[in-house]
Ligand binder design. Structure first.
Ligand SMILES: *Cc1c(COP(=O)(O)O)cnc(C)c1O
Length: 230
């Protein structure tokens, strides 16, 4: 058993137990392992140890690593900020889900550059913590943004993503996650949509996220160990 397998199994057990504790079906929660800063050889070990879904946050880094991992991961998720001049580099990597769309402009540019037959699954990143350093649209703008993006024929909006406040105050973090869940429900009711994904929860707060309805967890260091210098 390699070290990654041990850590993955430990985290999977915690996810499973937390889901049951809150009356949720553990099978409805996807665990995405964030492999940013980790070299390809290390990611291969983690995949051999049971990692199926991987996530990267920088286009240039993904462009270097993802082609070398073709055929061995189950899904590749992109979770980082996207500058419009990087879209052409990201799309050929065929991300299964882009978590970090926060404007109509960005979605429109992606829509224009997708080949005819491709549908890109995305999430809308929402700034629920009010921390200015974070990307994401304001909660109040989210419905209007989605309304516009729904008109784009190659884009499929699957739900919302957020980063919880960086604090030890778990009540404050829970508020961020609850806000995202309530926002999705409200938007679905207003627009008549059935978006269901809530991407929230990282190494330090994924149990709180599960308690508030997370369907996708983004876990880096708790599985991969500390981040490496590039
Ligand atoms: C790095 C990163 C994570 C994972 O963080 P950990 O604390 O290492 O689990 C999750 N989401 C986003 C957007 C990230 O950039």
């Amino acid at each position: 058993m390699n070290e990654y397998q041990q850590r993955i199994e430990k985290i999977q057990k915690r996810v499973h137990n937390t889901a049951l504790r809150y009356g949720r079906n553990p099978d409805t929660i996807k665990l995405v392992t964030i492999t940013k800063t980790q070299p390809v050889a290390v990611i291969k070990e983690a995949i051999a140890g049971g990692v199926e879904f991987i996530g990267e946050n920088k286009v240039q880094e993904a462009e270097r690593k993802i082609p070398e991992l073709q055929g061995i991961y189950r899904e590749f998720h992109f979770i980082g900020h996207i500058q419009s001049n990087k879209i052409n580099k990201l799309l050929p990597l065929k991300p299964d889900l882009i978590h970090s769309i926060d404007s109509v402009e960005l979605a429109t540019k992606i829509n224009q550059r997708l080949p005819k037959e491709r549908i890109q699954n995305i999430l809308i990143q929402v700034n629920t913590s009010g921390e200015t350093s974070k990307y994401g649209c304001e909660p109040e703008q989210t419905e209007a943004i989605i309304r516009q993006i729904l008109l784009l024929e190659h884009i499929n909006v699957c739900g919302l993503m957020t980063i919880g406040k960086i604090t030890r105050d778990s009540e404050a973090i829970k508020e961020n996650f609850a806000l995202l869940r309530n926002l999705l429900e409200k938007i679905n009711n207003t627009l008549g949509t059935t978006m269901r994904e809530l991407s929230m929860g990282m190494s330090s707060d994924f149990e709180l996220a599960i308690s508030e309805g997370a369907t996708i967890l983004r876990i880096g260091t708790a599985i991969m160990g500390s981040r490496r210098q590039e």
